[in-house]
Design a protein around this ligand. Sequence first.
Ligand code: SF4
Ligand code: F3S
Length: 107
Amino acid sequence: MTFVVLDNCIKCKYTDCVDSCPVEAFNEGPNMLVINPDECIDCGVCVPECPIDAIKADEDLEEHEEKFLEINAEMSKVWPVIEESKDPLADADEWADIEDKLKHLEK
Ligand code: SF4
Ligand code: F3S
């Protein structure tokens, strides 16, 4: 099991999730965070910290969200660990309610 960051995070990157994580499971890309499944201890503490509900347990993923399992696993091997929260992206609030943001993912 692992927890997974979904496309809600793209172009927002609020990073409130980072400080709650007891291990260093979050990795940072240009406009999204992902969770490293090899580091995540499945505590679930980060879930309520995200203001836009971008984090889910893998067992709760809907079919159309399952691709994010692979995206989190793949990009966590490439992107660096983020250890502390920081300011969200400049126009995060404008993007917060927009759906299907995968096409905006920057790798
Ligand atoms: Fe970190 Fe726990 Fe969230 Fe996994 S579920 S990313 S260990 S806070
Ligand atoms: Fe993304 Fe939510 Fe964390 S927007 S950076 S998963 S607080």
